[in-house]
Design a protein around this ligand. Structure first.
Ligand code: NAP
Length: 304
């Protein structure tokens, strides 16, 4: 039995489908089972729990060999945060897995570090460090930004005007990876026990700025109007104004400012030489085929 925390989300859904297609038993941890209607089936058990509440995880890990963490508290509304979900929630999940003698596959972020300007990246790093020291068998899969999420967001913000909204100048190159490629790597690390004790980084074939991403989207959507930009100065004022009133939104705005300026590129790695069967989905594939139509997957609640 494999427990997928975050199995209701964009990446988690694809992981669950892959594991089920292999004939494996899967249990999904969710705060609200109505969010799992799209994956419910005879091979998928649903268990309600919240990683912020350690006691709610005991039943979830019973009889489980592997725990997958595909959760984040970056974008959701309510009282979640990277500190309560990505750090403390993962601590609880790792403790529960260690207690059940289960291995842990942690989905993290390329660039996660103790000093990163984006809080989420710092909290992911804390979870990575905790996992490595936990005594549980572990694997860490670090991914760059999910292309499908950002394409959907640009598309959604285009609205009736047809002009996608870009936060800041939009000229900073960023590595985007297809969530389906990340799911393929995650599946491999879940089912192959020789993948324990390793940290893998996966990115996509392109480093692109938001201006370039939006231009590609406009082209395939048959739109000729340019995107709209929210200037950095407006973002700074917005972050300050939202402050404590809407901390989640303020956090997202601060992250948008960072994404407009810090290095989020990824140089080519040897990942695909090591795993030749791993798919490499290009932006063109994603845009033209819309292989993962926005309608068939949860839209996700945050950029990372
Ligand atoms: N999106 C990106 O660009 C990106 C890039 C790199 C890495 N990642 C990582 O990839 C993973 C999946 O991201 P995603 O974008 O696919 O996520 P998503 O679609 O936004 O889904 C988030 C998931 O987290 C779960 N969750 C949140 N708070 C929880 C809590 N307190 N207790 C239990 N579950 C909780 C949600 O479950 P319920 O709502 O059902 O409870 C949901 O399944 C995350 O670890 C993320 O940090 C994402």
């Amino acid at each position: 039995m494999i427990l997928v925390a975050g199995g209701s989300g964009r990446l988690g859904t694809l992981i669950v489908r892959r594991l089920v297609a292999r004939g494996l038993g899967v249990r999904v941890l969710t705060r609200d089972r109505t969010r799992t209607a799209h994956i419910a089936g005879s091979r998928v058990e649903i268990v309600e729990g919240d990683v912020r509440d350690a006691s709610s995880l005991r039943a979830a890990v019973a009889g489980v060999e592997t725990v997958v963490s595909a959760i984040h508290g970056f974008g959701d509304t309510g009282k979640v945060s990277p500190a309560s979900v990505d750090r403390d929630g993962n601590y609880h999940l790792i403790d529960a897995a260690a207690g059940a003698k289960a291995a842990v596959v942690l989905i993290s972020i390329v660039g996660a570090s103790a000093e990163h300007p984006i809080e989420l990246f710092r909290m992911k790093y804390a979870a990575e460090e905790y996992l490595r020291a936990s005594g549980a068998a572990w694997t860490i899969v670090r991914a760059t930004a999910f292309a499908e999420f950002w394409i959907d967001l640009l598309d959604k913000t285009a609205g009736a005007s047809g002009r996608p909204v870009i936060f800041g100048r939009g000229a900073n190159p960023i590595n985007f990876v297809s969530v389906s490629d990340v799911a393929a790597l995650a599946e491999h690390t879940i089912v192959d026990a020789s993948m324990r004790g390793v940290t893998l980084e996966i990115g996509g074939p392109e480093n692109l700025s938001f201006n370039e991403l939006a231009a590609c989207l406009q082209r395939v959507s048959g739109r000729t109007v340019p995107p709209r930009h929210v200037p950095r100065v407006v973002l700074r004022l917005l972050a300050a104004a939202l402050g404590r009133i809407q901390p989640n939104r303020a956090r997202q705005v601060r992250a948008a400012i960072a994404m407009d300026s810090i290095d989020l590129t990824l140089a080519p790695t040897d990942l695909h030489r090591r795993f030749p069967a791993l798919p490499v989905t290009s932006l063109a594939d994603i845009l033209e085929d819309r292989r993962i139509p926005a309608t068939s997957l949860p839209t996700g609640s945050g950029g990372f």
